[in-house]
Ligand binder design. Structure first.
Ligand code: S3P
Length: 167
C-alpha cells in the first residue's frame, strides 16, 4: 500500500480520522483543502466568493497532480474532489479510496455552527440533502470501501479502516 485517500462529504470526519490513521500507520498526513489555502494564501470560502467554484475545482485538480509521487501519505480530500473523473483517476493511482459517510442530520449537527462553508451557507439541512442526493452515487461508485461514521467513535472508524486495509 502506498497511500490511503479519504473521500466523502463535509462533516464525515475525514481530517480527524485521517490524522489518527496516519499516526497509527506511521504515515504523513495531508489535506487538499489545507494545501490550497496555503498556496493561495486565502480561505476556501474567500476563494469561492472571489473566483467561483470552477476556479476552486481547477485548484483541486492541480493539487492532485502535485501529489503523484507521494508515498506513505494519508490524503484527506475536499468533499467535491471526486466529482471530476480526472481527479478520481489520479487519486486511484495513489491508493485505495475510502469513503466516510453519514446521514444528513448528523452532518447538519456537526457543521451547523461553522460559518463560511461554501455551497451550504443557507438552508443548511436542505442543501446538504440536495447535494448528497447528487453525490451519493458518485461517492459509492468510486470508493474502494466505505464506512458509515454516524454511530461510531473516531477510534472505531480508524480500527475498521485499518482492518479493511490489511485484507
Ligand atoms: C466542498 C467541501 C470542502 C471544501 C469546499 C467544497 C464540497 O471540504 O473543499 O468547501 O464541495 O463538498 P471538506 O469536505 O473537507 O469540508
Amino acid at each position: 500500500m502506498n497511500n490511503v485517500v479519504l473521500i466523502g462529504f463535509m462533516g464525515t470526519g475525514k481530517s480527524t480520522v485521517g490524522k489518527k490513521i496516519a499516526e497509527r500507520l506511521g504515515f504523513s498526513y495531508i489535506d487538499t483543502d489545507e494545501v490550497i489555502e496555503k498556496t493561495e494564501k486565502k480561505k476556501i470560502s474567500e476563494i469561492f466568493n472571489e473566483y467561483g467554484e470552477k476556479y476552486f475545482r481547477d485548484l483541486e485538480t492541480e493539487v492532485i497532480k502535485t501529489l503523484q509521487d507521494y508515498d506513505h501519505f494519508i490524503i484527506a480530500t475536499g468533499g467535491g474532489m471526486v466529482l471530476r473523473d480526472e481527479n478520481v483517476k489520479m487519486l486511484k493511482a495513489l491508493g485505495p479510496l475510502v469513503l466516510l459517510y453519514t446521514n444528513p442530520d448528523v452532518i447538519f449537527e456537526r457543521i451547523k455552527s461553522v460559518q463560511n462553508r461554501p455551497l451550504i451557507e443557507e438552508d443548511k439541512l436542505d442543501k446538504i440533502k440536495e447535494i448528497l442526493k447528487q453525490r451519493d452515487p458518485i461517492y459509492s461508485k468510486v470508493a474502494d470501501f466505505k464506512v458509515d461514521t454516524s454511530l461510531l467513535a473516531i477510534d472505531e472508524v480508524v480500527d475498521i479502516i485499518l482492518k479493511e486495509l490489511k485484507k
